[in-house]
Design a protein around this ligand. Structure first.
Ligand code: ADP
Ligand code: MG
Length: 387
């Protein structure tokens, strides 16, 4: 943390009142299900974003990031959709949305150090928001970090900051993961009612690791395609007379598909309904210690995202195909798609061989240099110091 504390002192002239942190996440399964009222199964990453902060007794926000630089000043009253128009929306938006929710919050001096890769589909944005929310809760005595209900309030405020101020129309999975995940557990998240439960996820007991590969690819169509998928799901739900596609049970899928007007819409719906069912299949397999089955479900999920939902890309397919060919129990793209990261379930002894096979495959295909690293399921947003 020395860089963070030194930067804070050099910009603001004193030590921060405290340092808080929140994790990035990777979703094990349940992709593009959150906005359909479905299920997801994220774990928190060991990579975290640190937020050093001091409370102010006026309404000014002074914000700096070791990754993005620039010290920006904005008054809480001036925060609005689209303002501030850069990355500081993720910080200012959180303070703004907590105030909108009725909490008595004031200004802050903030320096951010994000250790979650930015824009890799590992949710550096929610890690940033949630580290700030944790700081605000403690600095202004909101006491929201102490309880599950309080943490849900913070997660919602962070989601609102991302949706309304930063203008990114994402579901609530990332913030829920950053606020509720537990070490050595995955979070079974029910996006219909916001409830969650913890599922043991300790791969080391099975001689396995979860390998994350950041493809470093980010295809420009991501935003437009995300919106198009959401629209398709809404249209299908309307035709089928349900509020969300969650209401279509797997055994009612064939009948539902028969009532949809075109093949594309049928494939979108088939992905969502089967993917929601796969989440609980993975939960069951984890509880039974059947990791081979988890691996198979990863592959089925990837195929569904690639062929039915059409959100994969060359780089993600290459990671998955290479990992499986080299002996991974399973692999799939994770996150929204069109770039970002993939995960693979890998025997501990195979990690190095698999990582270099992926790197070689990218080199041979003239793609960028991917970054592979193993992760363990980690804990949620919290205070780092003072202890
Ligand atoms: P992801 O959440 O998958 O990393 P997003 O596009 O949702 O991708 O969020 C990435 C954006 O979040 C960055 O472009 C930047 O605006 C902001 N961000 C995240 N971490 C930081 C950081 N440490 N410093 C400044 N901005 C950050
Ligand atoms: Mg994000």
């Amino acid at each position: 943390m020395p860089d963070l504390l030194e930067t804070f002192a050099s910009i603001f002239g004193s030590a921060p009142d405290g340092v808080w942190s929140a994790p990035g996440r990777v979703n094990l399964i349940g992709e593009h299900t959150d906005y359909n009222g479905g299920l997801a199964l994220p774990i928190a990453l060991p990579q975290r974003t640190l937020c050093a902060a001091s409370a102010r007794d006026d309404d000014l926000l002074r914000i700096h990031s070791l990754q993005e630089g620039s010290s920006v000043e904005v008054r809480i009253d001036d925060v609005a959709p689209g303002h501030p128009g850069d990355w500081t929306a993720y910080v200012a938006g959180v303070v703004w949305s907590l105030r909108e929710a009725g909490y008595a919050v004031r200004g802050l001096d903030v320096v951010i150090d994000g250790r979650v890769p930015l824009g890799a589909g590992l949710s550096s944005s929610a890690a940033l928001e949630c580290s700030v929310a944790a700081a605000v809760s403690e600095l202004f005595g909101l006491d929201l970090l102490e309880t599950r209900a309080g943490r849900s309030i913070l997660a919602e405020a962070c989601q609102r900051a991302e949706n309304d101020v930063a203008g990114a129309p994402t579901g609530g999975m990332d913030q829920a993961a950053a606020m509720h995940c537990r070490e050595a557990h995955a979070l079974r998240l029910d996006c219909r009612d916001g409830t969650h439960s913890h599922v043991p996820f300790d791969l080391s007991a099975h001689g396995l690791v979860l390998l994350v590969t950041d493809t470093r690819a980010s295809h420009a169509l991501a935003d437009g395609q995300y919106g198009a998928r959401r629209d398709a799901c809404e249209r299908a739900a309307e035709i089928l007379g349900v509020e969300t596609l969650r209401e279509i049970a797997p055994d009612a899928l064939e009948g539902a598909l028969g009532r949809l007007p075109d093949d594309e819409l049928r494939r979108r719906v088939r992905h969502v309904v089967t993917e929601i069912a796969r989440v609980d299949a993975v939960v069951d397999a984890l509880r039974e210690g059947d990791l081979a089955e988890v691996g198979r479900l990863f592959v089925t999920s990837h195929e569904s995202l690639r062929d039915d939902y059409e959100v994969s890309c060359t780089e993600l397919d290459l990671v998955v195909d290479t990992a499986v060919a080299e002996g991974a129990l399973g692999a799939r793209m994770t996150g929204g798609g069109f770039g970002g990261s993939a995960i693979a379930l890998v025997r501990t002894d195979d990690v190095d061989r698999l990582s270099s096979a992926i790197a070689t495959a990218f080199e041979n295909a003239n793609l960028g240099v991917p970054q592979s690293f193993s992760v363990t399921a980690s804990g949620s947003a919290d205070r780092v110091s003072p202890e």
